[in-house]
Write a protein that binds this ligand. Structure first.
Ligand SMILES: Cc1cc2nc3c(=O)[nH]c(=O)nc-3n(C[C@H](O)[C@H](O)[C@H](O)COP(=O)(O)OP(=O)(O)OC[C@H]3O[C@@H](n4cnc5c(N)ncnc54)[C@H](O)[C@@H]3O)c2cc1C
Length: 447
């Protein structure tokens, strides 16, 4: 029987593991962390699990919703209203509804008209290609004006792409806008976002149980150090030893793929992967005594603030679920050589706290009951112009070695929905190849 090794127990790796083990193959999943889930992993606060990095889904995340239904978790997704704001010009503004746009001070009336009309036009476009060769910065400046770039889109892109913001292709922003348009309520009163009762980790846990029930196994806290090509298959090398596998799927970020399999790849493929860029992220969770702002999602349009967004989870999910604690995520996407990226939690908090006080002058450090700090080296691929030609293939140049990674997601932005969709897609390719391989073997045996 063919044995398949999967590197990475994030949602993409787990989805592929389920499909391959359901098809009767023996699957082993290797994960460097003690727990599965990857970027969707969780911690416990007040006895309730919560994501290390804030998470919600949109009504347009149909692959996630269908998968949750298949796993018996469809009814556990709650669709709740969310309130969005922007910190700009030294104050808080509500944002995200037509009425709030009219009140938004940093843009003049002409800016608002251009913004409203061209956003509506973007929502109605279906062909990505015209947006692939122009940067979002150029497109927005030309069609919506410099002020709108500086007060709305620029901060959003800097929030996610740090110093790479001006390289990002318009296709990335267009897809975000068109999908968000589809997920907003027709009433214009803002949108409902989806959250899983008990956190998204429940889907991960259900997947793990189903994979085990189908015969798959997990090697947690077992980082793959290297893959070697041996006798038409692979040797998967970890600190605990090596495991033979006929096929390997790397379901991990591009730098991890290069670290374990780079030496096996064709030169051109390795160089192309090495040119792909991504930002890292640090995310600090504060358990607070009091609420900081009335918003769930607050974008920061202020270059003096050291973070890009504040996500007050308990303005979306009731704080009673977390023993009455107010939960605030402080989001910061950074290039990994930024001094704050590797800084300790206390250093990061020292930087952040005076700015929280600017946003809410009553805020004091004594509000903080506990804090948690997480870092992801690879959090957001940078989709630059001409990206379609740079997307790494799922079938690598090495027969039997496959890649499923966030950098393949296009033109949509990365997210749980696409980790599931692309995990299914790679498993289908692998099954196709396995079935073809078995047919060839059967023909050889017959002759
Ligand atoms: C700050 C932040 C906010 C987000 N918010 C949302 C949101 O609101 N909604 C949403 O849907 N999505 C959100 N996402 C994105 C979502 O979490 C990811 O798109 C998805 O979880 C990616 O899954 P994945 O399996 O592709 O990759 P990952 O989750 O990165 O999984 C890869 C796994 O591979 C493991 N690995 C790597 N190398 C090795 C090795 N050599 N050996 C063993 N294991 C290895 C890693 O430890 C990891 O567990 C957010 C992400 C971030 C960073």
């Amino acid at each position: 029987m063919n044995e398949i090794a999967i590197v990475g127990a994030g949602l993409a790796g787990l989805t592929a593991a389920l499909r391959l083990s359901q098809a009767g193959y023996r699957v082993r999943v290797f994960e460097r962390y003690p727990r599965p889930g990857g970027l969707a992993r969780a911690l416990e606060v007040g006895g309730e699990p919560i994501e290390a990095f804030y998470h919600h889904i949109f009504t347009t995340d149909t692959d996630y919703i269908a998968f949750a239904e298949e796993l018996g978790l469809g009814d556990e997704i709650e669709w709740l209203p969310s309130k969005m704001g922007i910190w700009a010009d030294g104050r808080l503004w509500e944002f995200g509804t037509p009425a709030s746009l009219l009140r938004f001070g940093p843009m003049g009336i002409i800016d608002k008209l251009r913004f409203g009309l061209s956003t509506l036009w973007l929502q109605r476009q279906h062909d990505p290609r015209p947006f692939e060769s122009v940067t979002a910065a150029d497109w927005i400046r030309r069609h919506q004006g410099e002020r709108t770039w500086r007060s709305v889109w620029g901060p959003l892109l800097y929030q996610k792409f740090a110093d790479d913001a001006e390289r990002v292709a318009m296709v990335w922003l267009w897809r975000k806008i068109s999908l968000r348009g589809g997920s907003r309520s027709k009433s214009g009163m803002g949108e409902r976002l989806g959250y899983m009762r008990g956190s998204f980790i429940r889907l991960v846990e259900t997947l793990v149980a189903k994979i085990e029930a189908a015969g798959g196994s997990f090697h947690l806290t077992e980082e793959v150090r290297r893959l070697d090509a041996v006798d038409g298959g692979f040797s998967v090398v970890t600190r605990r030893g090596s495991h033979a596998a006929d096929r390997v799927l790397v379901a991990a970020p591009v730098p991890d793929h290069l670290a374990v399999a780079g030496h096996l790849l064709a030169d051109g493929e390795r160089d192309a992967l090495g040119r792909l860029r991504a930002t890292g992220a640090i995310c600090t969770i504060l358990e607070l005594e009091h609420s900081l702002t009335p918003f769930y999602w607050l974008n920061i349009a202020d270059s003096e603030m050291p973070f890009g967004g504040l996500i007050e989870h308990t303005n979306y999910i009731p704080s009673e679920r977390y023993g009455g604690r107010i939960l605030l995520y402080i989001s910061n996407y950074l290039l990994t050589d930024h001094p704050l990226f590797k800084a300790s939690k206390s250093k990061v908090l020292e930087e952040y706290l005076p700015h929280l006080q600017r946003i809410n002058p009553s805020f004091e450090a004594s509000w903080i009951r506990a804090s948690h700090h997480f870092r992801a080296d690879y959090a957001q691929p940078v989709v630059s112009t001409g990206y379609r030609e740079q997307i790494p293939p799922m079938r690598t140049s090495v027969p039997g070695l496959y890649l499923c990674t966030m950098a393949q997601i296009f033109p949509e932005d990365r997210g749980q929905n696409y980790a599931i969709a692309y995990g299914q897609k790679v498993s289908e390719l692998m099954l196709e190849d396995l079935e073809r391989g078995e047919e060839v073997r059967a023909l050889r045996d017959e002759s």
